[in-house]
Structure formats: C-alpha cells, structure tokens
Design a protein around this ligand. Structure first.
Ligand SMILES: [Ca+2]
Length: 328
C-alpha cells in the first residue's frame, strides 16, 4: 500500500488535470481502445438484449426471429465517437443508425451475435440485465437447434422480456405460458473500476446545481453533485459502487418513484475521490465534456470562488451550459 497523499496535494492534482484541458476531445485517449470492463459497465446501464419477431412467409414459424443487441445514445458528435469506439471494440460488427434524437448501435447478424455473447460470457453483466442476457443466449441456442417446438419456447421466453409479446402474437398463440423468470441473485463483491466508469457513462451525472438561497448574501449558491441513478431492483449494484469508490450515500426515491440514487455532494469526497477516479478510469462522449465542466466548477468552489459574485457568475455559466443545457 502506498502511504496517504496529503489531501491538499490530491485536490491540487485533480483540479490541475481538469483545468488544463480544454473542451476539445483529448486525442490520445480517443485513439485508445475501450477497456472490456468499461464496455460491460456501459452495456449494463445502457444496452438492451432483445428478441424481435418479424412476420415472414419464408419462415416455417411464420415469423423471423431476430435476437438483437443494441445501445442507444443521444445524438451529438461526441456520442457518435463513443458508439464508434464500441463498434470498433467488437471488431467492427453491427451498425450505427440515427433516428429522432437518438443514435442506436445495433448487432443482429447471427455470427456477430456470437462475438457479443462471447464478450459478456467473459466479462459478465453485474445488474439484473444479466438475466435477460442468459435468456437471450437460450433463444440463440434454440435458433441454432432449429427444432419445431423451439418457436413456442422462444415465445415463452420473450413473454418475460420488457416488451413482451405483441397483441397479434398473443392472439395467434393464446396458449403460450411465460417461463418462470430466473431469479437475479446480485453479487456483493467490489466492482472492477473500469466497469464503474462504463456504468457511470450510462447512468451517472456530474452536476453543478445552481440554487436560490435567500439566506446567502449573493442570493444563490452552487451545490455540486455526482449522482448515479438506478431502478430499485438493482439497488445492490449502487451499494457496490459506493464500496468500490469509497464514497457516496444512497438516496431513497421520492414517493411514487422507483429509482434510487447514489449521491456524492460533499466537496472533499468529490475533489479527493470522484474526480481522481474518473481521471484514471475514463468516460467518453458528451458526458466527458460535462465531467470537464464539473471539474472546473469544483476548482472554483475549492478556491472559495462561489462566495464571490464573479465566481458565482462563472459557476452559473458552467451550470447552464452542461448536461441538458449543453448545445452542440
Ligand atoms: Ca440505464
């Protein structure tokens, strides 16, 4: 074990790294290929393993069955680069399309799906999505066997997927009994740090919240927060992220919601743990720009800039040009 580094040195190092970079994409890290655990973490948060049915007169079942692996990302040039990196990671299989305000990276060809399968067998998913992956693999095996009963079995499996069976399919096959979905047994060990970066890429937020505060002389304050959001069924993975990173609290959902958050709002934890963590285990895409803005904000707050009008104005500019406010 290394000896403890003085807090001030850590904070200085973190802010130096952040403030010396500009908003351009860091070319050296773009050229580096993605870490396999990052790809799994990102997929745990953002991908989908699905089974598509297409009516087809050529198929003996009346439907063509397409297992699909896909990842969506909001349209902007930075996210396009991220999806291209994912595609490159998998050896160039699949394609990226754009529709509405979303890009989708999609893999559907049977041979290519074997590449996807091998990756997730070697670097397993950590969330309850792993159950869908297992069932998705079962469908691929049934398609490989090409037995006639396979079709009804596939329908029984598809019935427990998020989108389930369409009304038309249900009408044509009213006797399909959905399978008993295997129970998800979450692990409790520490996570791979690259996995955490990938998961944060998907479901994390670096925020500078600019809030009115009448008590304060300037009338406003800036509250930074690092957040990771997840459905309650994957609460355990949030706890594992907290243990792995060594900071953060679980915030229960407000009434009527089913999503939990990890929140790190303590400036020392942000500067000493969160920022160095994501400097070491990189994220990409537009979220990387938000991370850079976040670092700039933290550096201002560290220097007590938020107590001056000028610093507060700088923070306000940052807050209103990042995350959902960012223009491309
Ligand atoms: Ca997600």
């Amino acid at each position: 074990m290394e000896g403890p580094t003085p807090v001030s040195a850590l904070i200085h190092a973190a802010t130096m790294v952040c403030t010396t970079k500009d908003n351009n994409i860091n070319v050296s890290s773009i050229n580096k290929s993605l870490d396999p655990y990052f790809v799994t973490g990102y997929s745990d948060g953002e991908s989908s393993f699905s089974i598509r049915l297409r009516k087809s007169i050529d198929s003996k079942w009346g439907y063509k069955i397409l297992p699909v692996f896909s990842i969506g990302a909001q349209i902007n040039p930075h996210n396009k680069i991220l999806l291209e990196k994912v595609k490159e990671f998998f050896g160039g299989i699949g394609w990226i399309s754009a529709s509405g305000n979303m890009y989708t990276y999609e893999v559907t060809s049977f041979n290519s799906l074997q590449v996807i399968r091998k990756h997730f067998e070697k670097y397993p998913l950590e969330t309850s999505k792993s159950i869908h992956f297992l069932l998705w693999c079962e469908v691929i095996d049934l398609l490989l066997k090409k037995v006639h009963e396979g079709f009804l079995k596939i329908l029984a499996i598809k019935a427990v997927f998020p989108k389930g069976l369409s009304d038309n399919v249900l009408k044509a096959h009213p006797n399909v009994v959905p399978i008993n979905k295997p129970e998800f047994l979450p692990k409790t060990n520490l996570l791979n740090s690259h996995w955490v970066a990938g998961f944060v890429q998907a479901d994390g937020t670096f925020g500078l919240n600019f809030i009115k505060q009448v008590r304060m002389k300037l009338g406003f304050t800036c509250q930074p927060q690092f957040r990771v959001t997840q459905h309650e069924r994957d609460l355990m993975v949030l706890n594992r992220i907290i243990s792995t990173m060594g900071c953060g609290n679980i915030v229960k959902p407000s009434s009527g919601r089913d999503r939990y958050d990890i929140s790190v709002a303590n400036i020392k934890d942000i500067a000493r743990i969160v920022i160095p963590f994501f400097e070491k285990y990189r994220i990409y895409g537009a979220k990387y720009l938000d991370f850079q803005s976040f670092c700039k904000g933290i550096s201002i707050i560290e220097n007590k800039g938020h107590l001056t009008q000028q610093g507060l104005d700088q923070l306000k500019d940052l807050a209103y040009s990042m995350n959902t406010y960012r223009k491309f």
